[in-house]
Each structure stands twice: as structure tokens, then as C-alpha cells.
Design a protein. Structure first.
Length: 197
């Protein structure tokens, strides 16, 4: 793929991400995406075989971005393991606060209509959640060894809970138009992890 074509594809993916986060899979308008990216209408299928192939490419780019963010934050030796997890969710909160319109997380947005997608697409989404959960689980296990997390807590279950509570908080934020749900998520989720004094 030429450098120019790679740039065009990247523009389409960037515009697709914005549209899907706000409007969901079924609400995206390809014409609007093509117009915003400055791409002729006939060019879309040169880059993507179908709308689902496009959504998969958008999802892959989105995961790559956030995986890089987690890799940086989760390996910071100057910060304790549990604080690394907290720092990640605090940084993500700042990203949401910078949005003109609260959209939420692409994983959660696409996950809400996953049953209507192909098995391959659902498997891709499920694998993505699993990789995210594993990253958090590993840090929580380290935090447990460091005495930051209660000994009775299962790191895998706690990692799954953090993701599920986070996604739920984003849905409530979209409905209410404020960050109260995120404040509750951070307060109760991390409060539950600490060992008793």
C-alpha cells in the first residue's frame, strides 16, 4: 500500500472511530465519514470489503492505541502496581472529559450490539476484552503481593469487574451527561480492592 493510500485509510479509520463511538455500529453514515475524511465515495471499498471489515479495522486501531497507553502506564517502575491501574483509569477519564460529546468506549459501544454481528466479529471483540482484562489482572496480582489489594480478592475476577464497572459508568455518563457515574466507579471500585486497615 502506498504512503498516500495508507494515509487515506488512516483518515477513514479516524473518522470511523469518532462516528462509531457517538452513533454506534448501526448509526454510522459512510457518506459523512467519507466527506469528513475527504475521500471520494467510490474509494471506500478499495480499502474495506464491507462495513464490518471497516468496523474491525477501526477496532484494531483503537485497541492498538489503548494497549500502547497501558503498556506505558502499567510498566512504570516508579509507581506501585495498584496506582498504575488507577493512573490508567484516571488518564482515560481525562480523555473522556476532553470529548466535545460524551461517546464512551468503542469496545462497549460495539459490544452492546455484538449479537447482531458475525461470529468472527464477536470473537474479535471478546478476545480484545480478554487481552485488556489480562493486563489488569497481572497488575492486580502484583498489587496483591505488595499488600495493596486484599488477599481474599481474585485478581482475574477483580480485573473483569473493573472493566465491566467502567463500561457501565460510561453508559450512565452518556445518559446523564455528567461524570457522576465515573466518580462513583473510581471511588467504589478501588475502595473495594484495598485491604482492611
Amino acid at each position: 500500500m502506498s504512503k498516500e493510500n495508507h494515509g487515506t485509510r488512516a483518515k477513514l479509520i479516524a473518522e470511523g472511530r469518532k462516528s462509531m463511538i457517538i452513533n454506534g455500529y448501526d448509526g454510522i453514515g459512510l457518506n459523512g465519514i467519507l466527506e469528513a475524511a475527504g475521500v471520494p465515495k467510490g474509494s471506500f471499498y478499495y480499502f474495506f470489503k464491507s462495513k464490518e471489515a471497516f468496523a474491525t479495522a477501526v477496532l484494531e486501531a483503537y485497541e492498538e492505541h489503548f494497549t500502547q497507553m497501558r503498556d506505558t502506564l502499567f510498566t512504570d517502575p516508579a509507581v506501585s502496581p495498584l496506582q498504575r491501574v488507577r493512573n490508567y483509569f484516571e488518564q482515560v477519564e481525562q480523555l473522556h472529559r476532553s470529548e466535545i460529546e460524551l461517546g464512551g468506549c468503542l469496545y462497549g459501544v460495539l459490544g452492546q450490539t455484538a449479537r447482531a454481528r458475525s461470529a468472527a466479529f464477536r470473537q474479535s471483540l471478546s478476545a480484545l476484552f480478554a487481552r485488556w482484562q489480562m493486563q489488569i489482572e497481572q497488575l492486580l496480582a502484583q498489587a496483591q503481593l505488595a499488600g495493596e489489594v486484599h488477599a481474599s480478592i481474585n485478581p482475574a475476577e477483580a480485573a473483569a469487574f473493573l472493566i465491566e464497572a467502567y463500561e457501565g459508568a460510561l453508559i450512565r455518563m452518556k445518559v446523564d451527561g455528567n461524570f457522576d457515574a465515573y466518580r462513583r466507579f473510581m471511588s467504589f471500585a478501588f475502595g473495594a480492592l484495598h485491604p482492611a486497615d
